[in-house]
Design a protein around this ligand. Structure first.
Ligand code: SF4
Length: 472
């Protein structure tokens, strides 16, 4: 229920024979809708002829049956669901980004943010580049097409271009003949590959999108890996695309972003959330009659808390699935009313009870206060608020719009004060030290909680772009 903004979802598919890949890509994007709701796009490759449709809006708004049926059949396609973490919410920033260059065509989809985008853009502009969008993706496209002029294959161009990038990038690149997946050396954002029954391949941000098109999960792309799929069905991999950087998986993918039925880097998102709930039960126990979660990402953690504490699990809040995300509302008052429209309490679960309420995060505190008020109005006697993440203290420069520091409630208030502000009887956050336990690995990014950024960050430039995005 966080007011955080997702990143993007990427999808790619290759089949041995021409097929209705626009439809399959649509199904994949539908499964990745939670990763981006501002825009969507598909490019189908029919023997080197690219057909693209992209626009602002949800997947099923952008792709009516008429639009989908106008696509030709093809043997390759890429798709994207967008949340614009950089660049404005404009059609020109939607993806796939299609590029014509001297040696052919390329379509690119990208999830993540570059932490050196400002420097790269300015160097390219000094060399004469003219950018048509404000997104990082065009910078990547430019670097690859420049490198392509000096190389004899698209993968050689990717090999030259990628080491110049810093930050988070899970990319799928489609040329006339090949489909290429690239994951940044820290592995901030997920990317996986699956196999279709006909021998084709699928690439996707999350495994849930593989299942949506009938593909079987093969494996995750490794951090720093390039996977090349060729039209004759071959797959080869280069794991030395970049230097040997430590893995820094975004832990917030597990806590909030990813779908609970996805498995990222071998760890079930559902299991990681349950673990967070179980740890909260140990570290911040409460005497209560029921444990409830804030839909959707608080539900799994609530189950984990209930199992570990022995307090019965209950459904205490129902989400109206047919309403847009709270964060789409631009003003604070609109955000407030968005919570009421979006959630309603189940009186039978909460009236007269002491409730443990689990949510994935507290950003400004406004949403949390509204939820607590909803439950109080429904008769809850006590509300013990537990958060399956540590307090947010810093922005993210890797593709998540965590609010600016001055708006993060934990930057200005103690836990006791936050409890008072949101109206909870008690409040407990998952400590930073517990985060590696969620995925049994130290290889995580936790910079939004600690300020320990895994890459050098061009702070002023990043902050300026970030502020533009958050505050318009
Ligand atoms: Fe994820 Fe936070 Fe790191 Fe951003 S700063 S990549 S949200 S853990």
């Amino acid at each position: 229920m966080s007011s955080l903004h997702e990143e993007c979802g990427v999808f790619g598919i290759m089949t041995p024979q021409p097929e209705n890949l626009a439809h399959l890509t649509y199904c994949g994007l539908f499964a990745l809708q939670h990763r981006g709701q501002e825009g969507a796009g598909i490019t189908v490759n029919d023997d080197g002829v690219f057909t693209t449709h992209k626009d602002l809006g949800l997947v099923d708004h952008v792709f009516s049956p008429q639009v989908l049926s106008a696509f030709p059949h093809g043997t390759m396609a890429v798709g994207h669901t967008r949340y614009g973490t950089t660049g404005g919410n404009e059609r020109r920033n939607c993806q796939p980004m299609e590029v014509n260059h001297q040696k052919g065509k390329m379509a690119l989809v990208h999830n993540g943010n570059l932490s050196n985008a400002g420097r790269l853009r300015s160097v390219l502009e000094q060399r004469g580049a003219i950018f048509h969008s404000t997104s990082d993706t065009e910078i990547i496209a430019y670097l690859i097409t420049q490198a392509r002029l000096q190389t004899d294959s698209i993968e050689a161009a990717v090999r030259l271009a990628v080491p110049q990038l810093e930050g988070a990038f899970s990319l799928i690149i489609m040329s006339a003949q090949k489909l290429i997946a690239v994951r940044d050396p820290h592995g901030f954002r997920p990317l996986c590959i699956g196999r279709l029954p006909d021998g084709g391949y699928v690439l996707a941000s999350e495994s849930c999108a593989l299942h949506a098109v009938g593909a079987v999960f093969l494996r995750d792309a490794e951090p720093g890996e390039m996977i090349v799929l060729t039209q004759d069905g071959k797959l080869y991999s280069d794991r030395r695309l970049t230097g040997t950087e430590p893995r820094r998986t975004c832990i917030f993918e597990y806590i909030y972003f990813a779908r609970p039925d996805s498995v990222l880097d071998g760890v079930s998102v559902h299991a990681a959330r349950k673990k967070a709930g179980a740890l909260l039960a140990q570290m911040h126990p409460a005497k209560a009659d029921a444990v409830i979660g804030v839909p959707d990402s608080g539900l799994d953690a609530a189950l984990g808390f209930a199992e570990a504490s022995g307090i019965p699990y209950g459904i205490g809040l129902i989400k109206n699935k047919y309403i847009g995300r709270t964060f789409i509302a631009p003003s604070q008052s609109e955000r407030d009313s968005g919570v009421q429209l979006k959630l309603s309490p189940i009186r039978e679960t909460v009236a007269g009870k002491r409730i443990v309420l689990i949510d994935d995060s507290i950003v400004r505190g406004t949403t949390s206060r509204r939820i607590v008020t909803l439950l109080r109005n429904a008769g809850a006697k006590e509300i013990h608020f537990r958060v399956s993440a540590p307090p947010f203290l810093h922005p993210c420069y890797y593709g998540t719009d965590i609010d600016s520091e001055e708006n993060l409630i934990a930057n200005h208030h103690t836990v006791r004060e936050i409890a008072e502000i949101i109206g909870a009887d008690s409040l407990g956050f998952l400590p930073v030290e517990a985060l590696p336990q969620l995925i049994s690995s130290d290889g995580i990014c936790n910079a939004c909680f600690t300020g320990d950024y895994p890459t050098a960050v061009e702070q002023d430039e990043c902050k300026e772009r970030f502020e533009r995005k958050i505050h318009g």
